[in-house]
Design a protein around this ligand. Structure first.
Ligand code: ADP
Ligand code: MG
Length: 373
């Protein structure tokens, strides 16, 4: 069942969903997933991620729009005919059945012959490294082992598409990391397509081939982890993925080379790449990541330099976090590796912060994000 490559395996086109006939919890959802991809829906709680999965699985109706697999609409297909595997955070295994019986169940309901069932169960127990545990009941397993069984049960009938809704939410950090590794290993080995849901951005960046950042029922950006981090499409993505300094600024002025110039509220004029500003915007937000800011002396050259006052220096082991105040504006954070370049300051001392235009973005003004404005 190794499947890779071609475009357009799964497609959502203008999918909308309302539960109460008044508000749209999914506003206009478009997504194109290639066969064998690992796509994550990442967004805050209540943004409509589970609703999208439920419509894909067939447990919720689509209010309007279409979902196709291999070019055929599944919008009216009964859930059990969609051949989709599912793993949820609290996907309860049947407690009265052994691990082997739990794994055999999806095969039996699909009418597989007994010997074949036994063989397949044996293979999948090996695959999840629980071959000695077939006769145990779920109650006799650890949380991580139970989740591996739930994963195997979702995969054992070899679905082409597997949906996972915050499957690791109940596990502690170390187990989560092990399971992330385990899921990506099985995905590579077996080649199924995954639609994964999480609100944890590190998990999304670690596991996915592409991520759809979701907010308020709308996809804000659909791109690879690197693109999301290096080229955020707007201020929401810039603030949701990783850490960013968001500095309120005056109207962006477009330059011939496509860059924009803008005056920060602290008075400094800076150059940035444009994210989603238009020429007639009255305000914008300039975003730059803490690790792209350099505490500098005036002799060093950066596209952008601002004077700031030192507030605090926090030792975090592998790196140092600095907090600086921009006059008349908000505070910014600088992250520096814990090496000889990490300087000391006294409170109130002034410093120059430098960064390049290629590392910073002008985004449309967003009142919910412009802190310190
Ligand atoms: P997420 O998974 O991103 O947290 P959900 O899809 O669960 O978001 O929810 C999106 C919105 O739809 C929320 O406002 C939620 O209250 C609402 N909602 C979810 N399921 C139902 C339902 N079965 N009936 C009514 N409203 C629902
Ligand atoms: Mg959810």
């Amino acid at each position: 069942m190794k499947q890779t490559g071609e475009a357009g395996f799964l497609q959502f086109t203008n999918v909308k969903k309302t539960y109460d006939q008044k508000t749209l919890v999914v506003k206009s959802f478009n997504l194109d997933v290639k066969r064998g991809e690992f796509v994550t829906l990442l967004g805050p709680s209540g943004s409509g991620k589970t609703t999208v999965l439920m419509m894909l699985a067939g447990f919720e109706n689509v209010t309007s729009g279409s979902i196709t697999i291999d070019g055929r609409s599944i919008t009216k297909t009964a859930p059990y005919k969609r051949n989709i595997g599912m793993v949820f955070q609290n996907y309860a295994l049947f407690p009265h059945m052994t691990v082997a019986e739990n794994l055999a169940y999806p095969l039996k309901v699909r009418g597989m012959a007994k010997e074949q069932v036994q063989k397949r169960v044996g293979e999948y127990l090996k695959l999840i490294e629980l071959d000695q545990f077939g006769n145990r009941h779920p109650g006799q397993l650890s949380g991580g082992q139970r989740q591996r069984v739930a994963l195997a049960r979702a995969l054992i009938f070899e679905p082409t598409l597997v949906l996972m809704d915050e499957p690791l939410g109940a596990l502690d950090k170390k187990l989560r990391e092990q399971m992330q590794f385990e899921i990506t290993r099985l995905h590579k080995q077996l080649g199924f397509t995954v639609i994964y849901v999480t609100h944890d951005q590190v998990e999304a960046l670690t596991m996915s081939s592409r991520i759809a950042v979701f907010n308020q029922g709308v996809v804000q950006q659909y791109a690879s982890p690197e693109q999301l981090y290096e080229r955020p499409a707007n201020a929401f993505v810039a603030s949701f993925i990783g850490e960013n300094n968001l500095m309120p600024a005056q109207a962006p002025v477009f330059q011939d080379d496509g860059k924009v110039q803008s005056t920060l509220d602290c008075g400094a004029t800076v150059m940035a790449q444009n994210s989603d500003c238009s020429a007639d915007d009255a305000r914008c937000i300039v975003s730059v990541r803490p690790e792209k800011l350099v505490i500098t002396t005036q002799s060093q050259h950066f596209d952008n330099q601002v004077e700031a006052r030192f507030i605090a220096r926090h030792y975090v082991g592998d790196f140092i976090r600095y907090y600086f105040a921009l006059p008349g504006a908000n505070n910014v954070t600088v992250k520096t590796l814990n090496d000889t370049r990490a300087p000391e300051f006294t409170e109130g001392q002034s410093a120059i912060l430098g960064w390049n235009a290629s590392d910073c973005f002008a985004c449309k003004y967003d009142t919910t994000l412009a802190r310190g404005d």
